[in-house]
Design a binder for this molecule. Sequence first.
Ligand code: NCD
Ligand code: ZN
Length: 346
Amino acid sequence: MEEIEVIKPDDWHVHFRDNEVMKAVVPETTRHFARSIVMPNLIPPILNAKQAIEYKKRIEKAIPPTDSFEPLMTIYLTEQTNKEDLKSAYNIGAVFAVKLYPAGATTNSDSGVKDITKIMPVLEMMGDIGIPLLIHGEVTDQNIDIFDREKVFIDQKLDFIRREIPNLKITLEHITTKDATLYVKESNKNLAASITPHHLALNRNALFVGGVRPHNYCLPILKRENHRQYLINAATSGNPKFFLGTDTAPHFVHDKESECGCAGVFNATYCLSIIAQLFDNKGALLQLENFISTNGARHYNLNLNKEKIKLIKSTQALPFRDHLDVEGHKIKIFKPDFPLFWTVDK
Ligand code: NCD
Ligand code: ZN
């Protein structure tokens, strides 16, 4: 039996939702992670300090008493976000970072930003005082091919923001392309990127294996195999600009298996097993701790976690739980199309 010990990891991008779903999904994350950045795309979205503080309290109630876990809260940037309100929300510690969704880019993003120039004064203030900007990096123009939307966002929007405000700390979230990987690598130290387990595990063929596969549908959409290879190389390289953000995004099975199925993959349950397996397959287990536990904390100027976790490789492939049950409704748990031998020792 093989085992490795690493600093307890953090998940830099989660969707906890609210109410009964939140109660069901929070323990799937807090079991393994010390901290998470919590996305604000509730309906209605988290827009200010008061809403962030209340949401944080609801999350804290859902953390099992055996787990020690810190939710790091975000607010949802709109063209109406007030600079002074945001500054004081950050200064009192109610808000850790700000999320930019281009309007209509993904699930619950209708109140997002349509015109980047309208938010530049807020972004300048964020650069000056050090509030991180988290970006869903896809354009929303329906005339742009869905597989190109990340690259076009980088060329048309991100590059503009970075040139105007080079001191702004930015995370390009859930990157999916060679283009994003290279752009981030070549940029200054203020730009980093998170990568999800599903974008590391699957390419776009997984959307159409013998038929349409709604449970592999997420945004940004899965890309070609050569892009996945770039993501794997970035994640396993040890480069401090790349770290884990699972983008665990629960939806009910009936909402995904529908005429217009929701985007999002619920991967919290086996995400560390998946990542460890991919690193093992690549012969890169020595870089695992950088990707899941240290690179992100350093990007966000946070202390490294004191606790450690142990990952164990067994000789038998892991049995999978298929779904979570929330008051009779199912949330499908993501599993990749290859066997997993790594588990977190608990
Ligand atoms: C996310 C969700 O369901 O909230 N969906 C997704 O496909 N990733 C939103 C997001 O992060 O884009
Ligand atoms: Zn997300």
